[in-house]
Design a protein around this ligand. Structure first.
Ligand SMILES: Cc1cc2nc3c(=O)[nH]c(=O)nc-3n(C[C@H](O)[C@H](O)[C@H](O)COP(=O)(O)O)c2cc1C
Length: 307
């Protein structure tokens, strides 16, 4: 795939993940092989007020090759304005969230709720495409209660989306059941724009199954949480000591965020790293309640094995 004039080496995408896709994590995933990294979803409303929390989500890193800012909302003007916000100037492209089923998003008519209102979805895409001089993509689920992915693809491409990412579940499904690869294959077969397949890629077998749908790219979310080296593993590339990679994640964050905030924020990443490093019992508890980044790193280091 080519995005914003940049040819992707491996067509591997890191998913937008609210609360996880911080700049340090994205940078390390990019360093380990992700061609495209997405910001956490950013509220078009919040961008209007340039809150510190929102601006914090817009920090990027030179390791990131193709950087995409994901925005959400249901108002065409707000979405168009958000896409041209100076805060997003460091990103190569804009993605519109039409797949988030979280109640606080969905009930507001944002995210996956737009899959029930494709005429508004189309207007939002068109408004963002005409406002922004960047490529605009859309991330969707298969539908709300039932799959109507062929129609969704048609609406997105006719409205000017340059590619579409399809998480192969309906909103109603949440994360239950398995990802529907047939529906992703259907999306690809009807699409004239590139399709990125997403959902349940946790190992090389799932990755190959996703590729067998003929998608143009593969997006990975949970498979990379606590395991950014998953990208290198998929590409069969050697990577350095895991603790050094975790330290890289942290040191990038330390450049931008205060230690006091990071201590609490990093607990969830440390727990995710703990799962990947098979950290046990009491040590896991220690990470969950840690008030020292150094202490947490010591715990993880004691489980670290060189590959
Ligand atoms: C903690 C978490 C936060 C997420 N936040 C977002 C988000 O901000 N925007 C979005 O489009 N999808 C979000 N998602 C969905 C993922 O991008 C992805 O579509 C989903 O997890 C399926 O991919 P996976 O099976 O590889 O994890 C989130 C998922 C998780 C687990």
């Amino acid at each position: 795939m080519i995005i914003s004039g940049k040819k992707l080496a491996n067509n591997l995408f890191l998913a937008p993940m609210a609360g996880f896709s911080d700049v340090g994590f994205r940078a390390v995933c990019a360093y380990l092989g992700a061609d495209v990294t997405f910001s956490e979803m950013i509220s078009s409303q919040a961008l209007k007020y340039s809150s510190k929390k929102t601006l914090d989500m817009t920090i990027t890193h030179p390791f990131e090759k193709v950087k995409i800012a994901q925005i959400f909302g249901h108002d065409c003007t707000d979405m168009a304005n958000a896409s041209i916000s100076p805060a997003l100037s460091g990103f190569d492209a804009i993605d519109i969230n039409m797949g988030c089923p979280a109640p606080k998003i969905y009930k507001n008519g944002d995210g996956a709720a737009l899959l029930n209102n494709l005429s508004l979805a189309s207007k939002i895409i068109q408004a963002v495409v005409s406002a922004s001089n960047k490529q605009v993509s859309v991330k969707v689920r298969l539908g709300d209660k039932q799959s109507n992915i062929a129609e969704i693809v048609r609406v997105c491409q006719e409205s000017g989306a340059s590619f579409i990412t399809v998480h192969g579940r309906t909103s109603e499904q949440g994360y239950s059941g398995n990802v529907n690869l047939e529906a992703i294959a259907l999306a690809k077969s009807v699409a004239k724009i590139p399709v990125v397949g997403n959902g349940d890629v946790f190992d090389i077998q799932n990755y190959k199954k996703m590729l067998s749908t003929d998608v143009d790219g593969v997006m990975i979310g949970r498979g990379a949480v606590g395991k950014p080296w998953f990208f290198a593993e998929l590409l069969n590339k050697p990577y350095e000591n895991k603790i050094d990679l975790i330290k890289k994640h942290i040191s990038i964050l330390k450049e931008h965020y205060p230690e006091k905030w990071l201590v609490l924020y990093l607990r969830k990443h440390f727990l995710a790293y703990a799962s990947a490093l098979a950290v046990k019992g009491e040590d896991k508890k220690l990470l969950a309640t840690s008030d020292s980044i150094e202490k947490s790193l010591e715990v993880l280091s004691s489980y670290n094995k060189l590959f």
